[in-house]
Design a protein around this ligand. Structure first.
Ligand code: IMP
Length: 192
């Protein structure tokens, strides 16, 4: 089976390829000669993941999957959520995003938050969704240098280190790992 993963993130491609072993050939956007800026204009993670997968299926004809991730903070009515990448304005500036988050959280006692990843896949003209969640809390200041995005301000439940202070453990317990695990189990079982 050949499947396109609609991402430009090499790290994510690698992760999924490892988890699906040799049973499924995961091909990249570059492999199908797609250099488009794929639209992500929905107002939910599910909507964005589906939008990206449908775009590839419709324009290029390949069975395809795509993911979208957001940080949902309880005291902020689940913001930044689907807008996590551009919380502080257009672009992907993690420093500015974290600064805004810490300032919005100033004085808040409820620090509960979760990362949520949704993967949408289109297979034989049917659509399926998979979700991965990791619960945790928002620190009052950044800690750690590893990872990316909001990692320095997020501590998962049952750990004391922030995601940015962890090494490989993050990739085993993360929201994305959980969603990818569900996807690979589904694909490897072949029940579709
Ligand atoms: P995307 O869906 O992977 O593009 O992620 C959207 C935004 O969520 C990113 O720009 C990051 O700011 C944030 N994000 C996604 N995954 C992670 C993660 O594992 N750690 C920290 N931040 C993340």
């Amino acid at each position: 089976m050949k499947l396109v993963f609609a991402t430009n993130n090499e790290h994510k491609l690698d992760e999924v390829r490892k988890m699906t072993a040799d049973k499924i050939e995961i091909i990249s956007l570059a492999d199908i000669n797609c250099h488009d800026d794929i639209p992500e204009t929905a107002d939910t993670l599910e909507g964005n993941a589906l939008q990206k997968a449908r775009y590839i299926k419709e324009k290029y004809g390949y069975d395809c999957f795509a993911d979208d991730t957001g940080l949902e903070v309880e005291a902020l009515n689940n913001a930044p959520g689907v807008y996590s990448a551009r919380y502080a304005g257009p672009g992907h500036n993690s420093e500015a995003n974290m600064k805004k988050l810490l300032s919005e959280m100033e004085g808040k006692e409820n620090r509960k938050a979760r990362f949520r990843t949704v993967i949408a896949i289109i297979l034989n003209n049917k659509e399926y969704l998979f979700e991965g969640v990791v619960n945790g809390s928002i620190l009052t200041e950044k800690r750690g240098k590893n990872g990316f995005g909001y990692d320095p301000v997020f501590v998962p439940d049952n750990y004391t280190e922030s995601f940015a202070e962890m090494g490989d453990i993050k990739n085993k317990i993360s929201h994305r790992a959980e969603a990818v695990k569900k996807l690979s189990t589904f694909l490897l079982n072949g029940i579709f």
